[in-house]
Design a protein around this ligand. Structure first.
Ligand SMILES: Cc1cc2nc3c(=O)[nH]c(=O)nc-3n(C[C@H](O)[C@H](O)[C@H](O)COP(=O)(O)OP(=O)(O)OC[C@H]3O[C@@H](n4cnc5c(N)ncnc54)[C@H](O)[C@@H]3O)c2cc1C
Length: 409
């Protein structure tokens, strides 16, 4: 008799687990709260789905997970992921190591997984909310999966219930944390991550959105928390973009605790001190009868210029001939250290991932729950989060494949 495996949650990790369990001969059912499978997966990577990354390292994940990730990634990493998607008919391409489906459509990935589930006769129950996993008295089917509509006897249960991150339509309501706590598991504090931040409104934020290459460093008092480079986005109320999202995993706890975290932005990251001094000397030559605004016109984006002047309380109409050399030097230096005080993150709905989750201390190497043989946890429900760039989906595929295989045996 084939094993009866129930997968709670039909997102990336749940669908992957279901495919592996069914390919191994198990009788698999997915129970999904949403109207269809893979809702969040279909909006990943700006609709292009960054499946994984060829530059895969344990240190790109949270500290608590790095030791375990080393082992798990050695079992199932980017190479296995690419092979898996090829087996579903999804050809991928690399953009500097970032792996996407050639189609450029996340829907290709979702539909290929759904087609494979159909081909493997996996039963899919949608619009059904899992409420609990209970031990059954029945030796043959040791677990009961309880939903808002029914109860199902199972040999194995894979909990793939996701996190709190993502738009409301993705149903990321953190149900899994409550269900796992009922099993006596430990929950590590959760925070939104891969997210931007609102800044204190001191009247100096740009009037219109700005996108610019920058290096951004985050400080708690004098302590440097982390630095990232990339395309920074500044809007009227806050900062975002890839470097901010990457840094968010390191700073979110402090910001959430209302600690004074400051972002210092360098808009000339490619210049060393000597190059920048040379640039300044060239700029001094433009000190004729221009206004300060005219002088700065080609130095940076006009919205950045006005933010710098507002921060320094200088009028753009000032005449350059009335500004001393030392002051011009100060103004130009400011482009390497523009400071913003962080107020709060944009929250779970705007975030791509949740840091924290169910403790890995309660999980075996095959993703099974200690003390509950036959119950497995996969994906973002666990205390595993990675950098932006395909690392979070890689964990969905890694954990899903390991648990799906183990549950079917
Ligand atoms: C906008 C956005 C873009 C992203 N882009 C990328 C990217 O390009 N690359 C990358 O690596 N990562 C990306 N991520 C992160 C990635 O999508 C997640 O890490 C990944 O989807 C997690 O997979 P999961 O299966 O654990 O959770 P999910 O995909 O969230 O799946 C969980 C499923 O469980 C269901 N569910 C929840 N509660 C219940 C319940 N009680 N009963 C039944 N079902 C339930 C949900 O409806 C959902 O279908 C992105 C995230 C977001 C929000």
């Amino acid at each position: 008799m084939s094993k009866k495996v129930y997968v709670a949650g039909g997102g990336a990790a749940g669908m992957c687990a279901a495919v592996y369990a069914a390919r191994n001969g198990a009788d698999v059912t997915i129970v999904e709260k949403n109207t269809r499978l893979g809702k969040k997966l279909s909006v990943t990577g700006n609709g292009r789905c960054n499946l994984t990354n060829l530059d895969m390292r344990p240190e790109y994940y949270n500290k608590a997970a790095q030791g375990r990730m080393k082992n798990w990634l050695s079992l199932y990493g980017p190479e296995e992921t690419i092979k898996f998607f090829k087996s579903l008919g999804v050809i991928v391409k690399s953009e500097d190591g970032y792996i996407y489906p050639v189609s450029g459509q996340a829907s290709t990935v979702v539909n290929a997984l759904i087609n494979e589930l159909k081909r493997l006769n996996v039963n899919v129950i949608t619009e059904s909310q899992v409420k609990a996993v209970k031990k059954a008295e029945n030796e043959k089917s040791p677990y009961v999966l309880v939903t808002n509509k029914d109860k199902y006897e199972a040999d194995a249960v894979i909990l793939a219930l996701g996190s709190l991150s993502g738009a409301k339509s993705t149903m990321s309501t953190g149900d899994g944390y409550y269900i796992c706590k009922q099993l006596g598991m430990n929950l590590k504090d959760t925070y939104p991550a891969l997210v931007g931040f609102k800044c204190e409104d001191d009247g100096t934020m740009p009037d219109a959105g700005v996108r610019a290459a920058a290096r951004i460093s985050f400080y708690l008092g004098d302590e440097l928390l982390t630095s990232e480079s990339g395309e920074l986005q500044i809007s009227r109320d806050g900062i975002s973009g890839i470097p901010v999202m990457q840094a968010s995993r390191e700073i979110i706890k402090f910001v959430s605790e209302k600690k004074p975290v400051v972002a210092s932005v360098d808009f000339f990251p490619e210049y060393d001190e000597e190059d920048f001094e040379a640039l300044k000397r060239d700029m001094y030559k433009l000190r004729d009868n221009r206004t300060l605004e005219e002088f700065l016109l080609g130095f940076a984006n006009s919205n950045i210029n006005s933010t710098v002047l507002k921060k320094m309380k200088l009028s753009p109409a000032m005449h350059m001939k009335n500004i001393a050399d030392s002051m011009v030097s100060c103004i130009l230096d400011r482009y390497r250290d523009i400071r913003f005080n962080l107020k709060e993150s944009y929250g779970y709905i705007q975030s791509q991932v949740t840091t924290g989750g169910m403790s890995l201390g309660d999980i075996g190497d095959d993703m099974s729950v200690v003390g509950f043989p036959g119950v497995y946890l996969v994906g973002e429900l666990l205390d595993v989060d990675g950098r932006c760039g395909g690392y979070n989906l890689q964990f969905a595929w890694t954990s899903g494949s390991i648990a799906g295989t183990a549950a079917s045996m």
